[in-house]
Design a protein around this ligand. Sequence first.
Ligand SMILES: NC(=O)C1=CN([C@@H]2O[C@H](COP(=O)(O)OP(=O)(O)OC[C@H]3O[C@@H](n4cnc5c(N)ncnc54)[C@H](OP(=O)(O)O)[C@@H]3O)[C@@H](O)[C@H]2O)C=CC1
Ligand SMILES: Nc1nc(=O)c2c([nH]1)NC[C@@H]1CN(c3ccc(C(=O)N[C@@H](CCC(=O)O)C(=O)O)cc3)C=[N+]21
Length: 303
Amino acid sequence: MSDSAQAEKIAEKIIDGKAFAAGLRERVGAAVAKLNAEHGLTPGLAVVLVGEDPASQVYVRNKAKQTKEAGMASFEHRLPDTTSQEELLALVKQLNEDPSVHGILVQLPLPKQIDSAAVLDTIDPAKDVDGFHVINAGRLATGQDALVPCTPLGCLMLLKDRLGDLSGKHAVVLGRSNIVGKPMAQLLLGANCTVTIAHSRTKDLPAECRRADILVAAVGRPEMVRGDWIAPGATVIDVGINRIEGADGKNRLVGDVAFEEAVKVAGAITPVPGGVGPMTIACLLANTLTAACRAKGLPAPEL
Ligand SMILES: NC(=O)C1=CN([C@@H]2O[C@H](COP(=O)(O)OP(=O)(O)OC[C@H]3O[C@@H](n4cnc5c(N)ncnc54)[C@H](OP(=O)(O)O)[C@@H]3O)[C@@H](O)[C@H]2O)C=CC1
Ligand SMILES: Nc1nc(=O)c2c([nH]1)NC[C@@H]1CN(c3ccc(C(=O)N[C@@H](CCC(=O)O)C(=O)O)cc3)C=[N+]21
């Protein structure tokens, strides 16, 4: 095969999350404009950042910018690293009561003096646009209307867009965190996949992965999934966001999958950056729109 034919084949395999997210944000923006014109409602998202973690600051800035671009109100709350649990809970309760706020996101991780689970469970479940509250986790697990965690929701959208019906496919989810792995497995189960959840105690990770039609990697280990862990033609979703030092001494962003190896074997694969990350923020906006509609007793638009 010629070099250009080879390059074309690889390009076809890449799932362009950045482009899909841009389209989703446009659809959210159009729905927000309609909601505003017909009902005088402007969805509002409050983002709370505790401490000065530079990566978190970048995400929070991006979220605020994209929230405004979609025509929604953005409220940013920055608290010092030394904030107490009581102070943070007081702010969350104030946001719960504020009628202009439809979505609340408390950026994770939180400083160690704060009990994250207690904070997340204080957020009004109807405003929990991260979908991390136990009520929303329970609703998702029991097949009821829930606010669904943004990252897995974005992964599911990319999978359905690429593969159509997912029924009967064998999905392997690497990672079992409450914010990615577990809700991802629930969503895939809801889409009628046969689901395996693998983690740090799984015996033969490469063998489990090779059985996957759909492989979702969310472990936080740079390039852990090698090309020979992937079944030929499988669809690979790389959730990992890892900053590592490149050969040139500069920082670069890599996923949990060794992309160059994997792209040769996989049928389709998300890149890092430009894959799942942008979908997470677009889904956050979609969830804020959903929360605002439900607060007014309106049906959430199909996006
Ligand atoms: N793109 C995006 O928008 C987002 C990206 N991320 C990224 O996704 C990744 C995962 O995030 P998150 O779920 O929060 O991470 P956690 O650290 O909470 O969970 C990691 C999971 O991976 C498992 N694991 C860790 N090491 C191994 C290993 N060597 N072999 C097998 N399993 C392993 C752990 O197993 P065990 O339970 O046994 O410890 C755990 O279940 C990170 O890179 C994070 O940065 C996260 C959120 C959003
Ligand atoms: N309450 C809470 N909710 C979250 O959803 C949440 C959180 N806390 N804490 C941190 C993680 C991480 N996260 C990302 C969002 C967007 C990108 C993203 O847009 N990434 C770009 C690249 C960004 C870059 O260059 O650094 C991309 O992959 O193309 C990545 C990661 C949300 N998180």
